[in-house]
Write a protein of this length. Sequence first.
Length: 307
Amino acid sequence: MLEVVARPTKAFLYGSALFSFCSLLNVVQVFSLLLVPFSKRQFFEVNARVAGSMWKVMQWIMERRHKAQITFSGDKIPNHESALVFGNHRSFTDFYMFHSVAARRGMVNYMKYFAKDSLKYIPFYGWGMWIMGMLFINRNWQQDQIKINKMFARILDIQAPVWVASFLEGSRLTPSKLAASQKFMQSRGLPLLTNVMMPRTKGFITCVNKFRGSHVKHVYDFTFAYYHKTKGFGVAPDLVRVHTGQLSPEYKFHVHVKRYNLDDLPKDEEKLSEWVIQKYVEKDAFLEQMKQNWTEGIEGGVWSEKW
């Protein structure tokens, strides 16, 4: 009972502290604009450090302060390697899962996400995201393609280290959205997925084509799995819960990652789309296996790593 009463207070304190920290970082970002005429790379690096400062603080709260025990499986990721990365989308906690690997591989400063265009108007947070170069889109492909091309041109021009991250399902998985996705799969004769939704491949294909032959030479396929001790598989803590109390053993977190050479991906767009869909078929099968293992109390086939 005391913990339930304390959570709103903790949420307020953490929210106030993060807001104050974000405001301070915004001041640094505003002054960093003075660097643009002299060194675009230095401007990029300053804002990368600013972004990384916020991500690291939030990750520290989750993993160190609130004891989230995250396990990993799949391919080992090298340090400081640029990549296009994508993952399934269940919760806001998915960002922490991306960052759990990025922080351990020296790339958390260089996370670039596709975000809704309206977010850039949020005071402090949105302004900061805009200055640090997040990829704002509004799901109008003609307009979005122009924005994406400009941002990618900046990254390629200065050979900037980067993880360009996206959720190819387009939105978080919910029962109603999954049902709609399954109806679409059935109408097109596509594999019926139960733990993920059908990916939207157009944006990913654009990303791959833009970075072929560049310093970004790999693609990482992330699969995130969650488990709650009473609510079961697929239940992740929300943002407030992450910041208001100990997480493990109440929650389990797992990240599975596969690493691919970008040059090995199909060059034909139709075949590349089929490749992406196959990755989601494999995600679905992996998540189904994780569901069975966790339900039966099996923890094999994973590795842990301290941060």
